[in-house]
Design a binder for this molecule. Structure first.
Ligand SMILES: Nc1ncnc2c1ncn2[C@@H]1O[C@H](COP(=O)(O)OP(=O)(O)OP(=O)(O)O)[C@@H](O)[C@H]1O
Ligand SMILES: [Mg+2]
Length: 252
């Protein structure tokens, strides 16, 4: 059982509290500083995905990992921005982490209703979708924390939602930010509802046995590849390239 490796994303010394728009989180580098070295790393990841899929971003695509804090939300949000920016495709980013959601705050929204209201109260999708500063990107935030996230995310209604939005908006790329698979039942179920899965592996963070277990639980057919995140072994060359990039682009 093997999974293709996708070139890594370095640990980035992300800007601290100097976001251009006070509400948008500084870690949303692809939105705040699209020409930066950091955003460039996300573009490389996008190029790698396209290379594997003959130029078409698979949709729906889930971004997942074994454990918390490995970079799923960071990568899914920046990747969604990057696809919307450059490929001129409409993108819908869905926060499927109904335990510890983070997409809304990355995009500067306080506490909006979202997926959980859709699944529990039947709120219309059109009332829940949020537009972002990126013209072609909308988000469906997680909404209020429900008592039964596994049940909701594994429900027929969740599967139908993905089928419906894929059918209704044929040209739209749907990206799912998901909860950590090793800690929750729903991470695995969500993978069954999507076309492809991008695994995030934290450099020096994800234990090998957890990764093996994750691949075993998901099966290899849908896994696009594994991106090694937070790599620090490039720290030196990273500094050098950043300088080069600043000179080249005049900073970001
Ligand atoms: N390559 C990176 N460089 C710098 N910071 C990063 C990188 N990847 C992730 N981070 C930061 O690490 C923290 C954890 O990342 P994130 O929230 O994306 O993880 P997660 O896998 O979604 O966690 P959870 O399972 O708890 O939702 C965030 O503050 C994020 O901005
Ligand atoms: Mg997350």
């Amino acid at each position: 059982m093997s999974v293709e490796k996708i070139p890594s994303i370095p640990r980035m010394p992300l800007p601290q509290g100097k976001a251009g728009d006070a509400r948008i989180h500084p870690n949303l580098v692809s939105l705040l500083a699209p020409q930066s070295f950091e955003a460039e790393q996300i573009k490389l990841l996008k190029a790698q995905i396209l290379y594997r899929t003959a130029g078409v971003i698979p949709s729906p695509m889930a971004v997942t990992s074994a454990l918390p804090g490995e970079g799923k939300s960071f990568i899914s949000a920046n990747l969604a921005v990057s696809i919307a920016q450059e490929l001129d495709r409409h993108v819908l980013l869905i926060d499927c982490d109904l335990r510890k959601p983070g997409i809304h705050s990355l995009f500067g929204f306080a506490d909006p209703p979202g997926l959980s209201e859709f699944l529990t109260q039947g709120t219309a999708l059109s009332d829940l979708l949020l537009r972002t500063r990126e013209r072609c990107l909308s988000i469906l935030p997680a909404g209020a924390l429900p008592p039964n996230p596994s049940e909701l995310l594994s429900s027929r209604k969740m599967a139908d939602l993905l089928i419906e939005v894929s059918a209704r908006y044929k040209d739209r790329v749907i990206i799912l930010d998901t909860p950590p698979v090793a800690m929750t039942a729903e991470g695995n179920t969500l993978a069954q509802f999507v076309e492809a899965v991008l695994l995030v592996v934290k450099h020096n963070g994800t234990p090998k046995d957890q990764l093996k277990e994750l691949v075993k639980r998901m099966g290899t057919e849908k896994i696009l590849g594994a991106v090694l995140n937070n790599v620090d072994k490039y720290a030196q060359s990273y500094g050098r390239y950043r300088k080069y990039q600043e000179k080249y682009y005049g900073g970001a």
